[in-house]
Design a protein around this ligand. Structure first.
Ligand code: CP
Length: 320
């Protein structure tokens, strides 16, 4: 791994939006991973008293439910010395018929960055188009960059590297699958997405991942057979079968995704010492069994904790 200085001369993300993770380069991802590592090491020292966001406010707008993202962003901003301004629920912002432009133009008079969880990717893109302050995607229907950054931190910590590893994702080709493809490409990891026909990740996400992979050598594959996808994998990942807003499709989805459940049999196909990741919340007995999520292979709570560390690093990279 190239050792990068922990200085802003390597940071191309300053003042920019993070809407998909495709804004990163492989070099920037290494810079990010190094910054997380340094911040975690220094957390218990006097250096943690540094407050780079002192005097600045960050709007955290959650138009969908959240536990991890909301709490970890609020604490990250607070620990960095900033003031989090929480706007939770449908009635908090972008409602009452007020246009996106008016909402954003007012918000940016108060805050120095906007963290937004919303539905359509086009909504956060419209927010970013009008905003003069950085906009960070806290999950949309299409992408979840903050989660995948935390996943890459977790894999790197447990495996000592990301480049050259083989990961396999099982289930819905959703926002996690889309973003994981980009994250895998950035980190030099191979990724196989194993999903039923009709549930593939977005072609545009695959295209961005393949573009990045030209320089890192990552291989990105779609594989219908879950046992083939799991064979020899170093990292096994899954996510809910019915994302927020798809609850009405739960039974039909459960039927189609059943062969993609991560259980002991599937984990047995993976490489010795393989990790299990899930962004949570998990639906135990559906996409993952208790015996897997509670096993020694599972790093889901480290993954959840790393949301905080990853977002602290991301905020300092975007906001300086
Ligand atoms: N993984 C994740 O984004 O969790 P929340 O929906 O609880 O924020």
């Amino acid at each position: 791994m190239t050792i990068l200085r922990d200085g802003d001369d390597m940071n191309d993300l300053l003042g920019r939006d993070v809407l998909t993770l495709g804004e990163f380069t492989p070099e920037l991802l290494q810079f990010f991973l190094q910054r997380v590592s340094v911040q975690k090491r220094m957390a218990s020292t006097a250096a943690s008293a540094s407050k780079p966001l002192a005097g600045r406010s960050i709007a955290i707008i959650m138009l969908k439910p959240s536990l991890r993202t909301r709490v970890s962003f609020e604490i990250a901003v607070t620990r960095l010395g900033g003031t989090p301004v929480l706007l939770i629920g449908e009635g908090s912002a972008f409602s009452r018929g007020e246009s996106v432009k008016d909402t954003v133009k007012v918000l940016e008079r108060y805050v120095d960055a906007i963290v937004l969880r919303t539905y359509e990717q086009s909504h956060i893109e419209e927010v970013a188009e009008h905003a003069s302050v950085p906009v960070i995607n806290a999950l949309t229907d299409d992408y979840h960059p903050c989660q995948v950054l935390a996943d890459l931190v977790t894999i790197s910590e447990h495996k000592g590297r990301t480049a050259g590893l083989r990961a396999a994702y099982f289930g819905d080709g959703n926002n996690m699958a889309n973003t994981l493809m980009i994250g895998a490409a950035l980190s030099g990891m191979d990724l196989t997405v194993s999903c039923p026909t009709g549930f593939d990740p977005l072609p545009s996400a695959l295209a961005r991942a393949e573009e990045i992979a030209q320089s890192t050598g990552s291989r990105l594959t779609i594989e219908r057979d879950p046992r083939i996808a799991a064979a020899g994998a170093d990292v096994i990942i899954t996510d809910t079968w019915a994302s927020m807003g798809q609850e009405g499709e739960h039974d039909e989805r459960a039927r189609q995704f059943a062969p993609y459940q991560v259980n002991a049999d599937l984990m047995a196909q993976a490489a010795p010492g393989a990790l299990f990741l899930h962004c949570l919340p998990a639906h135990r007995g559906e996409e993952v069994t208790d015996e897997v999520i509670d096993s020694a292979a599972s790093v889901v709570y480290d993954e959840a904790e790393n949301r905080l560390h990853a977002q602290k690093a991301l905020l300092t990279m975007v906001m300086g």
